[in-house]
Design a protein around this ligand. Structure first.
Ligand code: FAD
Ligand code: PYC
Length: 421
């Protein structure tokens, strides 16, 4: 197929021009092609990580003939279901290198894509409720600072100055301090999927929606392609980025990934006037909150305690979260909640991701992000593209290989994962 696309530019002038035609002449953001028989690279999963991988493969590695295959709609998985908290205050050097690589890409992403991903660096606060939290957080802050990360300790008075509506004393788990990363924040979940999709499409990437990968076909230790709901599509390189469903797909290639798939829930309130202008998380009581630009409170919970693919989650979990929210912010007590949902997160034993080649030639995995992969979207995509293009990891993702489950070089980030699992 001949590909000739005009780069879609967004500016005040294009908005003005399109307003004269009642917004009827905006170009479609990406094509809707039928799959070809063969691609050089297939990415399975049209979430932020998969679309970003295709974008960097085309942009930085100048590769052509790439497809992203998505069983539903773009960003309909965890990318569109998360609470969008972005930070890089992890404990170990390996993690900080990965998550801060991502944070730096976020800082320039709207301009890189010429598409507003609404990255808002309003700071992220992680509350301490007891002596153990204080010790763990101060250790992490020190480790962060050695890596040049802008983490700092804030005392209860400083917390009250930043979030006056917070009840810090009169509750079961009083707030005794917090770690704070000012460069952290939130972004617009679907914008990152759409921005990557649009720019990848412009560089010739075929984005194929409503096409489920059923099987990964392997012969003599090499991948041959994928069986899909639209027929067989051949490729010698396949990157699987299917979050909660990655282990299911890996099994079709005979690989057992060390992942558990569990629901994680979130909910939003009715919109209200600006009330909270930073992100506040509490690992101990499993409640995190920020306020969206529309004014809704975006609230997240903990994971269900068992494996499931329901995209819904247990009612008791969300009840616990609401109880903790109302205790921490009594002013929220009378608010109405508008909607609730779940996503299936893929959890690794060490709460760190897998970005890796596999024992099968041409088969690569990017998964195991658990409850915390949104923040990593551009960084993960960037190093995964490098891994696929060169058939070798980037130095940033080398420690996150599957090999670590054999060597025992695990990267235990349970403390920094912020949502216990
Ligand atoms: P996804 O966006 O899930 O994309 C994978 C895609 O693969 C999906 O679109 C799916 O349809 C597709 N797929 C699956 N199987 C197949 C198949 N067989 N064939 C074709 N396509 C297939 N992270 C943070 O950093 N900060 C947060 O605040 C945060 N909050 C969260 C709150 C909730 C409620 C949830 C559920 C998650 C949260 N996360 C958070 C985690 C974060 O959302 C994920 O780690 C991240 O979005 C994963 O992106 P992805 O592109 O890998 O996966
Ligand atoms: O990893 O920061 C995080 C996070 C917040 C909510 C869910 N995950």
């Amino acid at each position: 197929m001949l590909i000739s696309f005009v780069k879609k530019k967004y500016s005040i002038f294009t908005i003005l021009k399109n307003s004269f035609s009642d917004n009827a002449n905006w170009k479609k953001m990406w094509r809707n092609p039928e799959p070809k028989k063969n691609y050089d690279i297939i990415i399975v999963g049209g979430g932020g990580h998969g679309l970003g991988t295709a974008y960097y493969l085309a942009k930085e590695h100048k590769l052509k003939n790439i497809a992203v295959i998505e069983k539903g709609w773009l960003g309909g998985g965890n990318t569109g279901r998360n609470t969008t908290i972005i930070r890089s205050n992890y404990l170990w050097d390996e993690s900080v290198h990965l998550y801060d690589h991502s944070l730096k890409l976020w800082e320039n992403l709207s301009s890189d894509l010429n598409y507003n991903v609404m990255f808002s660096q309003r700071g992220v606060m992680n509350l301490a409720h007891n002596e153990h939290d204080i010790k763990e957080m101060k250790r992490r802050i020190s480790a962060n600072r050695l890596n040049g990360i802008d983490s700092k300790w804030v005392n209860p008075k400083e917390i009250k100055d930043l979030v006056p509506i917070m009840n810090i004393n009169n509750l079961r788990y009083p707030v005794v301090g917090a770690s704070f990363q000012p460069r952290g924040g939130v972004a617009r979940h679907d914008a990152i999927a759409w921005g990557f999709a649009m720019r990848a499409d412009e560089m010739g990437v075929d984005i194929i929606q409503n096409c489920e990968v059923k099987n990964i076909k392997v012969e003599s230790g090499k991948v041959l392609g994928v069986e899909t709901s639209k027929g067989f599509i051949g490729s010698e390189k396949i990157g699987v980025v299917a979050s909660g469903h990655t282990s299911v797909l890996a099994k079709t290639a005979g690989i057992n990934l060390p992942l558990q798939s569990r629901p994680l829930q979130a909910l939003v309130s009715e919109p209200i006037k600006p009330l909270i202008n930073t992100v506040v998380m509490s690992n101990a009581v499993h409640a995190y909150v920020s306020q969206s630009d529309k004014g809704e409170l975006v609230i997240g919970a903990g994971t269900d305690g068992y494996n499931s693919f329901t995209q819904r989650g247990g009612y008791n979990i969300i009840e616990d979260t609401i109880r903790a929210m109302v205790e921490l912010y009594p002013i929220f007590g009378k608010m109405k909640m508008l909607r609730q949902w779940g996503g299936i997160v893929d959890i690794c034993p060490d709460a760190s991701p897998i970005i890796s080649k596999s024992e099968i030639q041409g088969l690569y995995f990017n998964c195991g992000w658990g409850t915390g992969g949104f923040k990593a979207t551009p960084g993960s995509a960037n190093v995964f593209a490098h891994t696929i293009a060169n058939d070798n990891p980037h130095k940033i993702n080398a420690p996150f290989s599957l090999e670590r489950f054999v060597s025992g070089k695990l990267i235990d980030e349970h403390g920094a994962a912020a949502v216990a699992h």
